[in-house]
Write a protein that binds this ligand. Structure first.
Ligand SMILES: C[S@@+](CC[C@H](N)C(=O)[O-])C[C@H]1O[C@@H](n2cnc3c(N)ncnc32)[C@H](O)[C@@H]1O
Length: 216
């Protein structure tokens, strides 16, 4: 079972195991996606990027805040199956021009330098083979003064690791990720315990800032 689930968590595909993993993402991760958007404190003119958007739950929520024309929601994920699922979820917002989803790798971001006001990602960084490389790319596309929010539940990570579901992850140790963020130029990096009032569930958020030019 674990050897079927593990690769699907890293890059979900279609078929029965993919279907099981999609149900897990919806039921276990949905609240984290919604809260990541909340913690980004989006404004309607913001340009925001989600990396590893999965089912598109966070993309949809962000699109409720962003105003077409002045702001935009971007998403990148390297799973064709997630691209299909998320595109269906936000079909109307894509047609409106409010959302743009890309099938691609976080290590090769197709966005110009200094374009995103906010970046968020959930349950994703531990699948990046070279976390430093991805952090460098994220730093490049984030605007000076921009904020990146990374969400996960450490309790849940421990649980799924003990079941063998993280065989395809590099390391979910948040300290390795936090070190990579600092090394690649992010400042005021800190992990905080957060809480979802609606579902009464705790989770963690890692905040990282790109300094304004005159602060660096
Ligand atoms: C465990 S799922 C989490 C999905 C969603 N963020 C959530 O919390 O439900 C990991 C997601 O990250 C994507 N992903 C993993 N590594 C990636 C990479 N290097 N580039 C782009 N997407 C990646 C996978 O395709 C998958 O959709």
């Amino acid at each position: 079972m674990a050897s079927w689930i593990a690769p699907q968590l890293r890059r979900p595909t279609s078929g029965f195991t993919g279907w099981v993993v999609k149900r897990m993402l919806q039921s276990k991760n949905g609240f984290i996606e919604l809260n990541a958007v909340r913690l980004c404190r989006l404004e309607k003119h913001h340009r925001v990027l989600e990396v590893g958007f999965g089912l598109g739950i966070g993309i949809k929520k962000a699109a409720e805040i962003i105003e077409a024309g002045s702001g935009k929601v971007h998403g990148i994920d390297f799973s064709p199956e997630m691209m299909r699922a998320a595109s269906t979820r936000v079909e109307a917002e894509v047609i409106d021009g409010k959302v743009e989803l890309v099938l691609g790798d976080a290590a090769c971001l197709p966005y110009r330098d200094n374009t995103m006001d906010r970046i968020f990602h959930c349950n994703c960084y531990y699948f990046w083979p070279d976390v430093n490389k991805v952090c460098l790319k994220l730093h490049r596309v984030l605007k000076d003064g921009g904020i990146m929010v990374t969400c996960l539940s450490l309790d849940r990570m421990q649980d799924i690791d003990s079941r063998g579901y993280l065989q395809c992850a590099i390391s979910w140790d948040p300290n390795i990720y936090i070190d990579a963020l600092k090394k690649t130029g992010f400042v005021n990096v800190e992990m905080k315990d957060e809480y979802c009032d609606k579902t009464k569930q705790a989770f963690q958020a890692i905040y990282a800032y790109k300094p304004c030019i005159n602060e660096s």
